[in-house]
Design a binder for this molecule. Structure first.
Ligand SMILES: Cc1cc2nc3c(=O)[nH]c(=O)nc-3n(C[C@H](O)[C@H](O)[C@H](O)COP(=O)(O)O)c2cc1C
Length: 133
């Protein structure tokens, strides 16, 4: 059994522009070590992240992440046990809202195709809201 945790947060406005590359570097290093995979969506204002892996490891990573000063208002949207990974095998896949928004929405849709209906709807509506913005 694996724990899947999905949360949303807001980038700290006073933290300057958060560099997703810096977050991803440490995420991929740690997550590879810890058997954690998932998806991080960011648009410079908000983060939406799914973490999947062994329960203890995911809880430890999430404790570090929630205390990170680069974001605030961390709200857990979903916490459930899964039999198999639903977000693929990326140590931490990353999507940011790009120029080609239609392609972006389609890509997010494909990445979450195996997720539960609730989690899928969350990611899809997040991508679409940014597309309309
Ligand atoms: C939005 C966001 C997502 C993050 N995702 C991860 C993650 O998936 N895994 C991880 O280890 N750290 C993640 N971090 C970084 C952690 O908060 C923390 O800085 C890092 O785990 C510390 O590891 P280090 O001591 O090896 O640098 C994230 C931070 C932010 C702001």
């Amino acid at each position: 059994m694996l724990l899947q945790l999905v949360y949303v947060s807001s980038a700290r406005p006073d933290a300057g522009t958060v560099d997703p590359a810096a977050i991803l570097n440490s995420s991929r290093r740690n997550n590879t070590r810890d058997g954690i995979t998932g998806l991080l969506y960011s648009d410079h204002k908000r983060f939406l992240q799914a973490l999947e892996g062994p329960e203890d490891r995911v809880e430890e990573a999430f404790a570090r992440i929630s205390g990170d000063a680069r974001h605030r208002a961390v709200v857990v949207l979903s916490r459930r046990f899964i039999d198999a990974r639903e977000f693929g095998d990326w140590a931490m896949a990353h999507q940011s809202s790009p120029a080609d928004r239609d392609a972006f929405v389609a890509r997010v849709g494909r990445m979450v195709a195996k997720a539960s209906p609730n989690v899928r709807a969350t990611f899809e509506s997040f991508a679409k809201v940014r597309r309309a913005a």
